[in-house]
Design a protein around this ligand. Structure first.
Ligand SMILES: Nc1ncnc2c1ncn2[C@@H]1O[C@H](COP(=O)(O)OP(=O)(O)O)[C@@H](O)[C@H]1O
Ligand SMILES: [Mg+2]
Length: 298
């Protein structure tokens, strides 16, 4: 809606996990390198954890692009609220297994055949699971068993589990200690530091067609970082709404007033935020909260 107004070719702050918009912060770069290295060199189990909105699914999408480019076959389980039957059905579908997909025994048999023949041909096969913290214990147990499949030369299936920090706690359960001990690589995504937030916003605007961003002044960037607590998904939501608000006001820059309005509408919480006041419906004077510049602004 606001694209033409700001001279943008694409929407810069989409919430989809689009690899084309990847901002290679040090930690994202490192985590992606680990995922690629782990699968490529057949390390077995790889675990990627991070709070909601820190970029896990985006990295899995990048990994997926890499696997496709390398012709590495993989199954991608993104709906983690599955029964054991549905789980095997998805694997069979993704890996194009020639068997009755509703029969776990048949799927396992066909999967084993496929993995062995691919390994003998020097080919890698992977299983990616997103939102793995939600996996049912029974499904997690099946994944553990799949991770046990190996020949003399190494693991037959490379398993990447991505999930919120609860995943780590889940793997602490007595039954999964063994799995946890066998996790060859572990990557964690943390929220951005302020410098990364600034660079992240700049990089998304640049990819959307704006070589030099003048929309967000430095003090606004600092405040966006603080209010989003460095979480990319929240940064996107704030920035997208700020652009919309600025567009509606025919302003080429985002002001503190717009940011106030947006974070209020998003019902955003951040340390030191003042309690929300209800916006008076029929007041003569438009509502204006006094922004509490908890940090970053003087
Ligand atoms: N390094 C990054 N580069 C570009 N966009 C990112 C990055 N990290 C997160 N995002 C964006 O933040 C939002 C949330 O990311 P997502 O991968 O869905 O997080 P998670 O899966 O950890 O909840 C998406 O819009 C995504 O594009
Ligand atoms: Mg996700």
């Amino acid at each position: 809606m606001y694209k033409a107004f700001f001279g943008l070719k694409q929407n810069p702050f989409n919430l989809s996990p689009d690899p084309a918009f990847l901002y290679r912060s040090f930690q994202h770069e490192e985590a992606l390198a680990n995922l690629i290295y782990g699968v490529h060199s057949r390390k077995g189990f790889i675990v990627l954890t991070g709070e909601v909105g820190t970029g896990k699914t985006t990295l899995l999408e990048c990994l997926r692009d890499f696997l496709v480019s390398q012709r590495i076959e993989f199954a991608y389980v993104f709906n983690s609220r599955l029964t054991v039957e549905q789980f095997f059905d998805m694997i069979a579908y993704d890996l194009n297994l020639n068997c009755r997909r509703e029969s776990k025994t048949e799927v396992l048999f066909a999967l084993n055949e496929l993995l062995i023949s691919r390994a003998n041909a020097g080919l890698t096969t992977a299983l990616l699971v997103d939102e793995a913290q939600n996996l049912d214990w029974n499904v997690l147990e099946e994944i553990r068993l799949l991770g046990n499949l190996e020949t003399r030369v190494g693991k037959l299936l490379q398993i990447v589990l991505a999930g919120q920090p609860e995943l780590d706690r889940k793997l602490d359960a007595p039954d999964f200690r063994q799995l946890k001990q066998r996790v060859a690589l572990r990557c964690t995504l943390n929220p951005f530091q302020e410098a990364d937030t600034v660079e992240y916003i700049r990089s998304r605007l640049e990819k959307a067609g704006l070589a030099e961003q003048t929309i967000f002044p430095p003090e606004i960037l600092a405040e966006i970082h603080y209010r989003a607590q460095g979480v990319p998904r929240v940064i996107n939501a704030i920035c997208d709404n700020c652009l919309l608000t600025a567009f509606a006001a025919e302003s080429k820059t985002v002001t503190m007033e717009f940011l106030e309005e947006v974070t209020q509408d998003l019902r955003l919480e951040w340390p030191g935020r003042r309690p929300y006041r209800v916006r008076p419906e029929s007041s003569e004077t438009p509502f204006r909260s006094e922004p509490q510049f908890s940090r970053g602004l003087k």
